[in-house]
Structures are given as structure tokens and as C-alpha cells.
Design a protein around this ligand. Structure first.
Ligand code: NAP
Length: 338
């Protein structure tokens, strides 16, 4: 598994270990390994770690030869849309070319391995209104979306041209208490928790009316595994089928922490007031707006429901409450963030 130190990596490692797998995480060499998510699920020591960088074709070849895996889950790469506007080439190299490198390595030395590729709903971008399924046109709106589209087509091409068992999971946003702090849901729950505990004054956000199809990461890793158990590889949309705004998420998270928020004003003038004290605790800044946004995408996961028998268990309200409660607990215990 690449990306084992990330959000999905931790939940997927937990699932695979539970199923009796030997799990080997392919991690970038760093002076300090990024292990808090694996530690949060008590998995450090249960997974093996080996060195790999998605930018280094030779490291992919070496590791595949050394391990001879039955399945590969490719979750590693620059995963933030916002960061991709600042690091477009790095994003392309890791999340685009990285997948092509993996495909080419497998074609050369291990064509029998089954592979899951973490594709993204960001490939749809300007999709118009309505639900989006596997047949929808693509129009990515960020360097991340462009990189993921290259990756998506690499997978399709190596499947069609060389018969590799590679599947794209076209995943819509999925979150959890292990989500990185640079993603909006986690920024909201972590900062509101600090506000509730008195150690932070203000939560600054971008466009509150941006809407996403948000699910729980723990549910989405189940779909990854199911794809590799199919006799034939294919591409699947993995989504909740509902869309909610950032404002909705803020309200639910605040509620779960006992904060009562009222929004006044519009656009960048919007202010979120704590009803109990009248104090402003939420503000909006154009600095957090993206240069270009996708349409509010809603995923149609009927194919995954039908063919994989996959169903998410955690809904939007439960997700917001789960993340809020987890961050409130961390804030109360003065725990370090990740
Ligand atoms: P994440 O928490 O940001 O994790 C990303 C992982 O990629 C980390 O383990 C990171 O390792 C690793 N990585 C970064 N650069 C790398 C490189 N050059 N070589 C090897 N590994 C590298 O992301 P996530 O939310 O778990 O997402 C997992 C995958 O699903 C990503 O590919 C993401 O783009 C895709 N995806 C996610 C969502 C979502 O909503 N979460 C939706 C659609 C698709 P370090 O610890 O070394 O940084």
C-alpha cells in the first residue's frame, strides 16, 4: 500500500489486518516518519514499512520485485486540491505520473497483481448540476484534478492495452477524525474544538456555500477492497449521493460541541456569532477561496451498490458529529494535532 501514513491508508490497513493480510506500507523516506494516524488506530508495529517514492520509478520496481504482492492499493501522492495550485508540478509528478510509473512497473515485472487506484471526483469538475456516474464527461478544475485524470486514463489504458487487473475508485470527498488539518472539514472541527475549550478565538474559512458529497473514509476503504475481489477490474464511483455545504458542516459540528452559532452577513462579510456570548467566532476570507472551483458534485454510486454490494454506513450528520467529538476530546486533553 502506498499512502499508508495518510487518512485512507490507516483505515485500509486496519481493514486488511482484520482480514488476516500481511500489510506492507510503501513510505517516503523522511527524517521523521508520519505515524500518528497508524498510532491512533493502534497499528504501528502491525504493518511493515518499506521505502518508496511515487516520483522514483526505480523504487517502485525494486519494492514490487522484493515483496511480490498479491494486491496493491495506490493511495500515495499529493492529495490536496488547494495545495495543487501552489505545487502543480509536484502534484502532477506524484498523483499523475506516479500512477503511470506503477502501471509500467507492473506491466514489466508483475502483470498478475491486482491494483486499486485512488481516483478522485475532482476529475469531473465542471459537471453541471445533477448526479455524476462513471459515464459522465470530465472537466477538472485544479492541477490536482488534471493529475488525477491523467492517472485515471493510465489505469484504463493499461487495463485495456495490457490486460492488467487495475480498478479506479472514483472517490468523492471522504473524511474522518484522521483527516489532515489542511482539509476544510478537519480544520472546522479542530478549530471549533479549540474555540470551545478557550484556546483559540476565531475560525477563518473560505466560501461557506461550497458544497461537496462527503462520506466517511472508514466506509470508502471497504469499497477499495471489494474492487480487488472482483474477477474483472473496472471503474466505480464511490460516493454518498448527497451534497451539503461547508455552512451545513459547521452548524452540525458546532452543535455536537454544544456551540450555538448564528450566521449574519453575506459573502466575505459573513460572520458566525456565538449566540450565548454574541462574540464573533467565525469569519470568511477571500484568501481561502480557490482560483477555480468545481460544480457542487453529487456522486451516483449505483454501480458500486449493485456490483460490489457496497453501502456506506455513516451518514453526513454522524460524520460531522464523529469528527467534532473526536476533536473536542483531543482539545480537552491538550493532544497534538495532525
Ligand atoms: P492523505 O491523508 O493526504 O495521504 C496521502 C498519502 O500519500 C500520505 O501517506 C503521504 O505520505 C503519501 N505521499 C505523498 N507524496 C508521496 C510520494 N511522493 N510518494 C509516496 N507517497 C506519497 O490522503 P487520503 O485522504 O488518505 O487520500 C488517499 C488517496 O485517495 C490520495 O491519492 C487522494 O488523492 C485520493 N483521494 C482522496 C479523497 C478524499 O476525500 N480523502 C477523495 C478522492 C481521492 P507522507 O506521510 O510521506 O506525506
Amino acid at each position: 500500500m502506498t499512502g499508508i501514513t495518510g487518512q485512507d491508508g490507516a483505515y485500509l490497513a486496519q481493514l486488511l489486518l482484520h482480514k488476516g493480510y500481511r500489510v506492507i506500507g510503501a513510505v517516503r523516506r523522511a527524517s521523521t516518519l508520519n505515524l500518528p494516524r497508524l498510532a491512533a488506530l493502534d497499528l504501528v508495529g502491525q504493518v511493515e514499512l518499506n521505502t518508496l517514492d511515487m516520483q522514483d520509478f526505480t523504487s517502485i520496481v525494486r519494492l514490487v520485485e522484493e515483496i511480490a504482492p498479491d494486491e496493491i492499493y495506490n493511495l500515495g501522492g499529493q492529495s490536496s486540491v488547494q495545495a495543487s495550485f501552489k505545487q502543480p508540478l509536484y502534484t502532477g509528478q506524484t498523483s499523475g505520473m506516479g500512477t503511470m510509473s506503477l502501471m509500467e512497473a507492473l506491466r514489466l515485472i508483475a502483470p498478475e497483481v491486482r491494483v486499486f487506484e485512488a481516483a478522485s471526483s475532482e476529475i469531473f469538475g465542471l459537471a453541471g448540476n445533477g448526479m455524476v456516474d462513471e459515464t459522465h464527461d470530465f472537466h477538472p478544475r485544479s492541477p490536482y484534478g488534471v493529475a488525477k485524470l491523467f492517472s485515471y486514463w493510465s489505469v484504463v489504458n493499461y487495463r485495456e492495452a495490457h490486460g492488467l487487473h487495475v480498478s479506479n475508485g472514483i472517490m468523492f470527498n471522504h473524511e474522518s477524525p484522521l483527516r489532515g488539518m489542511d482539509f476544510v472539514t478537519r480544520k472546522i472541527t479542530a478549530t471549533l474544538a479549540q474555540i470551545a475549550c478557550g484556546s483559540q478565538q476565531m475560525l477563518m474559512l473560505g466560501n461557506l456555500d461550497n458544497a461537496r458529497d462527503w462520506g466517511f473514509a472508514g466506509d470508502y476503504v471497504g469499497a477499495m477492497w471489494l474492487m480487488l475481489q472482483q474477477p474483472k477490474a473496472d471503474d466505480y464511483v464511490i460516493a454518498s449521493g448527497e451534497t451539503h455545504s461547508v455552512r451545513d458542516f459547521v452548524m452540525l459540528a458546532a452543535q455536537a460541541m454544544g456551540l450555538d452559532i448564528e450566521f449574519v452577513g453575506e459573502g466575505v462579510e459573513t460572520r458566525g456569532l456565538d449566540r450565548k456570548t454574541g462574540r464573533q467566532i467565525i469569519g470568511v476570507s477571500a484568501d481561502f477561496y480557490r482560483p477555480s472551483e468545481p460544480d457542487p458534485l453529487i456522486g451516483n454510486a449505483s454501480k458500486a451498490h449493485k456490483k460490489l454490494n457496497w453501502q456506506p454506513k455513516v451518514n453526513f450528520e454522524q460524520l460531522a458529529a464523529m469528527m467534532a467529538e473526536s476533536d473536542l476530546e483531543r482539545a480537552r486533553n491538550g493532544q497534538v494535532w495532525y
